[in-house]
Write a protein that binds this ligand. Structure first.
Ligand SMILES: C[C@](O)(CO)[C@H](O)COP(=O)(O)OP(=O)(O)OC[C@H]1O[C@@H](n2ccc(N)nc2=O)[C@H](O)[C@@H]1O
Ligand SMILES: Nc1ncnc2c1ncn2[C@@H]1O[C@H](COP(=O)(O)OP(=O)(O)OP(=O)(O)O)[C@@H](O)[C@H]1O
Length: 290
């Protein structure tokens, strides 16, 4: 067991484009989407212990312990590796929930990677990714830790290096359920599957956006306001939207101009996730197996 306390980052992601190219017989949708990380993160301060229990503080409002993706990830790994150890996890929650930024999936991925280290398990990255997939479609990209085009239902990953732009990210006040968007009859499901070269050079859009804009005026108003100043689109199944800039000060200037009803923050795009950066640094000093 590694008894040191480490502050592990769990970054958010953006879907720089998202196309739905079909639907499988089990209801899941075939996607082509481009993931990039941003420098806004949750942080998990983890202390391994001998108790055999997983404790998390503070609790997330309205999310019981057994439903917390951190707890689920820890229990899944503990069971998989038949590990008798426990851990206390202190969560610094900075990412808006249910906004298409993938915070819950990222917390789960960070938990799997971190406990694999603290409990000395040596589970492979591939296996962590497979375990993670059962918790959420976005967990594998956070384990992968590099910007990538995802295909299949989101599990086939090919690393790419899009421009590391600066973003203004707006958080509309509505909550959007991912399953509800995927069930909506208005959703465009027939985008043509494109080559990676075509995907990277075409204008980037999100197939979920027209349907979400139609049903959620808060999202429509936010996009319409921001479009006056910069290219703007939705991430994932919403509700968050992002405007893209070449320079940080352009994003900052617009953030200062936004009306009171528009809740936003600025962030930088990252092709290597802060979690992967931490692993690389620790690897170089031979502290980690992964
Ligand atoms: C669309 C994305 O936001 C892109 O980043 C994600 O793939 C969604 O990931 P997530 O929120 O972790 O979603 P999950 O918890 O895996 O799936 C929620 C629900 O969305 C639907 N779903 C999800 C992913 C997918 N490729 N097709 C689907 O139809 C399914 O009904 C599923 O039950
Ligand atoms: N640790 C956690 N952090 C955030 N949400 C959690 C967590 N554990 C469970 N949840 C539940 O998962 C739901 C979705 O959370 P998340 O923030 O990942 O959504 P999202 O950003 O829309 O993700 P995606 O882009 O993958 O659809 C939350 O509304 C919450 O009920």
């Amino acid at each position: 067991m590694q008894p040191d306390t480490i502050r592990w980052p769990a970054p958010a992601k953006l879907n720089l484009f998202l196309y739905i190219t079909g639907q499988r017989s089990d209801g899941y949708h075939e996607l082509q989407t481009l993931f990039q990380f941003i420098d806004r993160c949750d942080y998990l301060n983890i202390n391994a212990n001998m108790s055999g229990n997983i404790t998390i503080s503070p609790a997330i409002p309205d999310v019981p312990l057994e439903s917390n993706l951190i707890y689920k990830a820890a229990m899944l790994l503990k069971k998989h590796a038949d590990c008798p150890l426990g851990a206390h996890i202190e969560l610094e929650k900075n990412l808006p929930m249910g906004g298409g930024l993938g915070g819950g999936s990222s917390d789960a991925a960070t938990t799997l990677i971190a406990l694999n280290y603290h409990w000395d398990l040596n589970v492979s990255q591939q296996t962590l990714s497979e375990l993670g997939k059962s918790l959420g479609a976005d967990v594998p990209i956070f384990i992968h830790g590099k910007a990538a085009i995802a295909e299949g239902v989101g599990e086939k990953l090919n690393s790419v290096s899009p421009a590391q732009s600066h973003y203004l990210i707006a958080v509309p006040s509505c909550h959007i359920s991912t399953p509800a968007v995927f069930k909506n009859p208005d959703l465009k499901r027939n985008s043509k599957k494109l080559s990676h070269q075509e995907l990277m050079s075409n204008k980037w859009t999100n197939d979920c956006e027209p349907c979400v804009k139609k049903h959620y005026p808060e999202v429509a108003n936010t996009i319409d306001w921001l479009l006056e100043y910069a290219p703007t689109q939705m991430t994932g199944t919403g509700a968050c939207v992002f405007s893209t800039f070449s320079h940080a000060n352009e994003a900052e200037l617009l953030a200062q101009k936004t009306p009171e009803w528009l809740n936003c923050f600025t962030a930088e795009g990252l092709n290597i996730s802060p979690l992967r950066e931490l692993l690389t640094t620790k690897n170089q000093t031979n502290q980690f197996a992964l």
